[in-house]
Write a protein that binds this ligand. Sequence first.
Ligand SMILES: Nc1ncnc2c1ncn2[C@@H]1O[C@H](COP(=O)(O)OP(=O)(O)O)[C@@H](O)[C@H]1O
Ligand SMILES: Cc1cn([C@H]2C[C@H](O)[C@@H](COP(=O)(O)O)O2)c(=O)[nH]c1=O
Length: 220
Amino acid sequence: MPELVFFSGTMDCGKSTLALQIEHNRSARGLQGLIFSRNDRAGEGRLSSRLGLVTESIEAGEGFDFYAHVVGHLSAGGRADYVICDEAQFLTPEQIDQLARIVDDLELDVFAFGITTDFRTKLFPGSQRLVELADRVEVLQVEALCWCGARATHNARTVGGRMVVEGEQVVVGDVNQPETVVGYEVLCRRHHRRRLTSAAARAAALSPDVLPVDPVDQDA
Ligand SMILES: Nc1ncnc2c1ncn2[C@@H]1O[C@H](COP(=O)(O)OP(=O)(O)O)[C@@H](O)[C@H]1O
Ligand SMILES: Cc1cn([C@H]2C[C@H](O)[C@@H](COP(=O)(O)O)O2)c(=O)[nH]c1=O
């Protein structure tokens, strides 16, 4: 049975790498996929991984109709055995419905990749719809880690090096950026709640106020 699978995780956990591996393994066996992405950091019409791999993709902008595109492709004599869609968090709920229809009516596997929540820990509308509709939600096995060593489950946005919790939902960007640009850092929930990024934790560790001497302990 064809499936709609949502591969989900934080930023920088290997989603695009997995998308490229699925594409590689299937095309190596003679299958042909349609590859879509939206707002990839490498630019329009690209699906890129931090490991340096990149492939061409069809840019799925806001008004793009996935179902109509695939039907048009097949009607024109094109072949499609499966569909890959990266940065699926940026898609509209209607576009996710179109992906589900590709699975049900055209009987193609659809593999969607994306982060679930934004920098405020709120669901992206596209990811919400994927959680609602997907046959399977797969959390990636290679865990991204918070600076404390715990599993990273949340995405933080930094502006001028400081974590922010207000702003536009969509700002294309990357982890490990200089303080001068908007950046992202993956954190465990505990440190996301406390707004404690690695830089803030380093600063706190250097501050004399961090470990106040407890007078009770001193007397003990
Ligand atoms: N220099 C490196 N050596 C080994 N692995 C790396 C290196 N740089 C990045 N990675 C791996 O690539 C992952 C990011 O992959 P990517 O597909 O770009 O993530 P995502 O699409 O989830 O944001 C990192 O979590 C890490 O496992
Ligand atoms: C948390 C968060 C992220 N984004 C953007 C930043 C990146 O361009 C992508 C995620 O890409 P990745 O391949 O998973 O690293 O999403 C955003 O626009 N808003 C956010 O809140």
